[in-house]
Design a protein around this ligand. Structure first.
Ligand code: ADP
Ligand code: MG
Length: 385
């Protein structure tokens, strides 16, 4: 990275940083309801080599996107412009708007990524967070992980124009190896929950269906609006404020069948997060296998109540569980993207083959399957600290 940077820009970088993509174990579409999520960082990262400038110029290059270096005026950035460059540019813009004007000096940035793009594994959040952590350290801004994640989210919401929640950026910024991140999306408090798959003889397979549904964007906004409307009709600030035991009562007070389904999904998925936390933390060691059925139940809720799954994701779950996986569910925004499968390590290859066979049998393009270890959040790679 440093060599490529120097070849591109004529001087070495001041540092090299990495930020990971993520999968979410449980708690889907709960983040914007100020509820709970439980992601883990993937070993796949976006890596960025960065050097500060003082002339207000922002130069950006990606090894993964053919094309010349993009050159922008850091002091005159406009939201909703610039293709992939909008993600890093948006982070600089969000920092500057919040008063961190040192970043307006500009920067040279070169990046390369191993996070599959558009697979629901949050390459966009990794790209934002790696930019945020690099600018924070280079300018000595002293921002903590939740603050970095908020600026990254603001870049995606207000500069790129994608209305995502906070989960992806927090996962990329705050995960630690060997753990899942139990995140309260109301105040961004975190609890690192041990999730040592290897020690338990388990594997978490990630299955990228390679399906990208264009319909995803509008559907996300529709679910979000529906959840807000449900909360309004029930007289709570957010669905997070509705206790699980109050669900039957809430049902009786909603006459819209669609809103009932959305409310039931969000409140029950918050509850599933709590159940998974209890299973992983009670007893030593925690009961990792027992979370499998909770994951599969979460998938059914996303499929039947929130209705954001697709035939390919449903097939991953049915084929994997039929072949003996402990549990499986879609992960991320839905309508395509990826699923996670919890299995005995010894069964992982056989279960991956069963999913491949099921896809071949349905004449779907072959999925991409890999095993995920819970990995580190954003960090500096060089110079080593
Ligand atoms: P996801 O976050 O699920 O991977 P998104 O559509 O949210 O999918 O983000 C993908 C976008 O992020 C890409 O279209 C591109 O603009 C940007 N991006 C991701 N990885 C890279 C990369 N290595 N180089 C340049 N841009 C990237
Ligand atoms: Mg994204």
């Amino acid at each position: 990275m440093a060599r490529d940077f120097t070849a591109l820009y004529g001087a070495p970088p001041e540092g090299v940083w990495a930020a990971p993509g993520r999968v979410n174990l449980i708690g889907e579409y709960t983040d914007f309801n100020e509820g709970f999520v439980m992601p883990l960082a993937l070993p796949h990262t976006v890596v960025a080599a960065v050097r500060r400038r003082t002339d207000g110029v922002l130069r950006l290059h990606s090894a993964d996107i053919p094309g010349p270096v993009a050159e922008l005026d850091a002091t005159a950035l406009e939201p909703r412009s610039g293709g992939w460059a909008a993600y890093p540019a948006g982070v600089l813009w969000a920092l500057a708007r919040a008063g961190h004007t040192a970043v307006l000096g500009g920067a040279d940035l070169h990046l390369a990524s191993t996070v599959p793009t558009g697979a629901g594994l949050s390459s966009s959040a990794a790209l934002e967070v790696v930019t945020a952590v690099a600018l924070d350290e280079l300018h000595g801004l002293g921002l903590d992980r939740p603050a970095l994640a908020r600026y990254a989210q603001r870049a995606e919401n207000d500069f790129v124009g994608v209305p995502c929640g906070i989960m992806d950026q927090m996962a990329s910024a705050a995960c630690v190896p060997g753990h899942v991140l139990h995140l309260d999306c109301r105040d961004l408090t975190v609890r690192q929950i041990p999730f040592d798959l290897t020690a338990h003889g388990l594997t978490l397979l990630v299955v990228d269906t390679r399906v990208q549904h264009a319909l995803g964007d509008g559907a996300y906004a529709e679910r979000r609006a529906g959840c807000e409307e449900g909360a309004r009709q029930l007289g709570v600030p957010h669905l997070r404020d509705l206790p699980y035991r109050a669900l039957p009562h809430a049902f009786a007070r909603l006459d819209d069948e669609r809103l009932r389904r959305y409310v039931r999904h969000v409140v029950s998925d918050d509850h599933r997060v709590a159940r998974v936390v209890a299973l992983l933390t009670s007893g030593t060691p925690g009961d990792l296998r027992a979370i499998g059925p909770v994951l599969t139940e979460g998938h059914a809720s996303l499929r039947d109540d929130l209705r954001i799954s697709c035939p390919e994701l449903d097939l991953v779950v049915s084929a994997a569980t039929a072949a003996g996986a402990h549990g499986a569910r879609m992960t991320g925004g839905g309508f395509g993207g990826s699923a996670v499968v919890l299995t005995e390590a010894a069964d992982a290859e056989r279960i991956a083959a069963a999913v491949h066979d099921a896809f071949a049998g349905a004449a779907y393009p072959a999925p991409r399957v890999f095993g995920a270890r819970p990995s580190a959040g954003a960090r500096r790679l060089r110079p080593a600290s």
